[in-house]
Ligand binder design. Structure first.
Ligand code: NIG
Ligand code: FE
Length: 421
């Protein structure tokens, strides 16, 4: 029987429950001191004073000394784009010189430049790229992540991306939930005929990927100039008909009615929302759709406007936070970076931000019963912070703030004590 006793932690900070927390409850985080945690067979078996845990522990129990570092749930990153090849560092330099993301995309760069590189890459190269990104995610506290295709834009290259994702995930501690994002852009060979591509996505790509069991969700980039509301509705309906629940890129740059579409079809999440309208917020609140906020994107695109996190929370919409890790608009694997942006730019409290990147994120992936909080019975996915409390995570920004990551009750990442945090 495998057992891990996490001894000497600082604060244990966690949301509780199995459903998304919204409104005033979004920031409800339990903060305990003086408790140790016992993990057994990959689950949390007990939380209590050290002498109680000592009585439960067996002779074989491995003891992990947290050395006063706070415990929080493993981070769940519910929106990433991991399987891609190539680099857009040159485009990034152009953006720093003043060219806009949309101008670069309109000239055939942007997503399409990553599509060219990804179509050319072999499956092994893509798998190695995903593995490198998962390694970095784990070291920064992520224990579960959603990841999308979307740089293939035809059946075979989309399949290649999702197979690479599955291959990397099968050999990695980070759990991966795959999403089909074939409707990320119109492929170059169909440029100017988006309707034909939508037809192809609905009749060929969605059914084949669903049949192969390579995706759990279907996503679409619903944005003026990319996929319209009616095209997005068709893609997501095809996904639903094949058992793929909907999540969508909505109202990222302009208010395109994406939030309203998410509400109308009962999508699980509407993500981005930098340009969501008051009507869109009301629609989300009335329908129970989760809002996925990606402040790394506003930051990396040098946007002055961030998504209206406060208005969403005040309207009662449950909020998640994610990296949006991708080569163009948010090149980071770091959930702590997202946490810093959430508290400093989205005006979220530390409790609201923690819930957003743990319990609410787990619920948005259908895993709220298993993941997202430190409670007896849940899977033992935990982060040991360097600081003694959750507030220290907010207070000390830009550093690597994690001393260890525990996945399914085993130490999956441990920073050498001499490494510079
Ligand atoms: O989530 N909005 C669309 N897709 C990505 C960006 C992809 C890219 O630039 O490669 C996003 O921001
Ligand atoms: Fe995205």
């Amino acid at each position: 029987m495998s057992e891990l006793w996490i001894a000497n932690p600082g604060e244990l900070a966690t949301p509780t429950g199995t459903v998304p927390l919204a409104g005033p409850r979004q920031g409800d985080v339990s903060r305990l001191r003086g408790v140790d945690v016992l993990c057994r067979e990959g689950r949390i078996a007990a939380i209590g004073p050290p002498r109680e845990i000592a009585q439960l522990a067996g002779a074989e129990t491995e003891r992990f000394d947290a050395r006063g570092g706070a415990l929080v749930p493993g981070f769940v990153d519910p929106h990433t784009h991991l399987p891609w090849a190539g680099s857009r560092a040159g485009e990034f330099a152009e953006r720093l010189a003043g060219r806009s993301y949309q101008d670069i995309a309109a000239a055939g760069g942007g997503i399409l430049s990553t599509v060219r590189a990804t179509r050319q890459a072999g499956g092994d190269e893509l798998t190695a790229n995903v593995t490198r990104r998962l390694d970095r995610m784990l070291a920064w506290g992520t224990t579960t992540a959603e990841a999308k295709s979307g740089y293939g834009l035809a059946l075979e290259p989309e399949r290649k991306q999702l197979e690479a994702l599955a291959a990397a995930a099968a050999a990695h501690p980070v759990e991966v939930v795959p999403t089909l994002l074939a409707a990320h852009e119109t492929p170059p060979e169909l440029r100017g005929d988006t309707d034909r591509y939508v037809e192809l996505v609905c009749s060929e790509i969605v059914p084949a990927i669903a049949r192969a069991g390579l995706a759990a969700y279907c996503d679409v980039f619903c944005e003026t100039g990319v996929f319209s509301v009616s095209q997005s509705r068709r893609v997501l309906a095809a996904g639903a008909a094949h058992g793929l629940a909907a999540r969508l890129h909505a109202d990222e740059f302009v208010d395109s009615g994406g939030a309203e579409l998410a509400a109308e079809i009962g999508a699980v999440t509407a993500d981005h929302l930098m340009a969501v309208s008051p009507r869109g917020i009301d629609a989300l609140a009335a329908s129970g759709v989760i809002a996925g906020l990606l402040p790394g994107t506003s930051f990396f695109l040098k946007k002055k406007a961030y998504a209206p996190a406060r208005r969403l929370i005040e309207a009662g919409v449950p909020v998640t936070l994610a990296t949006d890790c991708n080569p163009g608009s948010s090149h980071t694997e770091s959930m702590p970076m997202v946490f810093w942006l959430a508290v400093l730019e989205l005006d979220m409290s530390v409790g609201e931000a923690l819930t957003a990147m743990t319990l609410n994120a787990a619920c948005s992936l259908g895993r709220g019963a298993e993941l997202g909080s430190i409670e007896v019975g849940k899977q033992a996915d935990l982060v040991v912070l360097e600081g003694a409390g959750l507030d220290d995570l907010a207070y000390h920004f830009g550093v690597h703030p994690i001393s260890a990551v525990i996945k399914r009750g085993a130490v999956a990442f441990r920073k050498s004590p001499r490494a510079c945090g």
